[in-house]
Ligand binder design. Structure first.
Ligand code: F6P
Length: 320
């Protein structure tokens, strides 16, 4: 192992920079050359990279986004794109590649691994927390904190107007953010794609609460459940409660990473370099039961991470 590459792919997540910094500094300590590929997979396709040295990653630990930039590369989804990326790795004698990203990125990494001898390690970084093989991804904790702060602000209007709010959080087709935020803000109702819900039950629950004198309320809904604006309208029509929808959107992806996201980034990076120095590839690093570990890349890609449904149940018990 002499030269390694690092790239951030897919949606940016707070803590990606902390991971780039740790990869670079740990690798340099081990006398590895580090190439930072620009714009995610596109940098591998177009041979766009910069040499990273310990001072190149100065002052980025606390910043959101990614200094290497990212993309959702359409070309990388083609055979030709993957071949070009493999050529870039071979032409630059890249022995190991660290891919910092989520599920989509790891599927790309898996496809690339079939075309290259370069050892590939995935570092899970996505606010969605939907990567199998790790209890937590880099950026998830920060996104949850950001959403909780936002909901606490919305609460002021909610209480002042005695309104019901449907607050839509990110997470793609998964409910990790919604379930965690819902519990943390004391939401009356948490809606996640993993649990089928009956709108009539939602109306009933709101009406019962109103009958008991609780006239405002928070519904935290994952974006994956469908049309939250329609849901808000239907709640108003069916319960009489003035209802608004609020989409938290991209603020969840931005901002300074929390201490936890920075810590995970540093520990994951350390594990990634350790694996590469042991000539191991096709692994995804992760946190499992308090231990930094790794699993097979293909297993991570092909297995759906279960959502702890207890979180949603607990949220509903705590709001009674
Ligand atoms: O995967 C992270 C995420 O923010 C999802 O929660 C969201 O559905 C998606 O990315 C949005 O993607 P884009 O940045 O391409 O609009």
């Amino acid at each position: 192992m002499r030269t390694i590459g690092v790239a951030t792919c897919g949606g940016d997540a707070p803590g990606m920079n902390a991971a780039i910094r740790a990869i670079t500094r740990i690798a340099c300590t081990k006398n590895l050359k580090v190439l930072g590929f620009e714009n995610g997979w596109n940098g591998l396709i177009t041979n766009a990279f910069r040499h990273l040295l310990p001072h190149s990653v100065m002052g980025i630990l606390h910043t959101g986004g990614t200094i290497l930039r990212t993309s959702r590369s359409l070309e990388f989804r083609t055979e030709e794109g993957i071949k070009k990326a493999a050529e870039t790795l071979a032409n630059n004698n890249v022995d190991g590649l660290v891919v910092i990203g989520g599920n989509g990125s790891f599927n790309g990494a898996l496809a690339l691994s079939k075309e290259t001898d370069t050892k590939i390690i995935g570092i899970p970084a996505t606010i969605d927390n939907d990567v199998f093989g790790t209890n937590e991804t880099i950026g998830f904790d920060t996104a949850v904190d950001t959403a909780v702060v936002a909901v606490d602000k919305i609460r002021d209007t909610m209480v002042s107007f005695k309104r019901v709010f449907v607050i839509e959080v990110m997470g793609r087709e998964r409910g990790f953010i919604a379930a965690t935020v819902g519990l943390a803000v004391g939401a009356e109702i948490v809606l996640v794609p993993e649990i089928q819900f009956d709108k009539n039950q939602v109306f009933k629950s709101i009406k019962e609460k109103r009958a008991k004198g609780k006239r405002s309320g928070i519904i935290v809904a994952a974006e994956g459940i469908g049309d939250c604006q329609k849901l808000a309208q239907e709640i108003e029509e069916n319960t009489g409660a003035e209802t608004r929808r609020s989409v938290l959107g991209y603020i969840q992806r931005g901002g300074n990473p929390s201490a936890r996201s920075r810590l995970l980034a540093s520990l994951f990076a350390n594990k990634a370099i350790e694996l590469l120095l042991n000539e191991q590839g096709n692994r995804v690093v992760g946190l499992q039961d308090g231990t930094i570990t790794s699993i097979d890349l293909e297993t991570s890609c092909k297995t759906e991470k279960p959502l702890e449904l207890d979180l949603v149940n607990l949220a509903s018990i705590l709001t009674r």
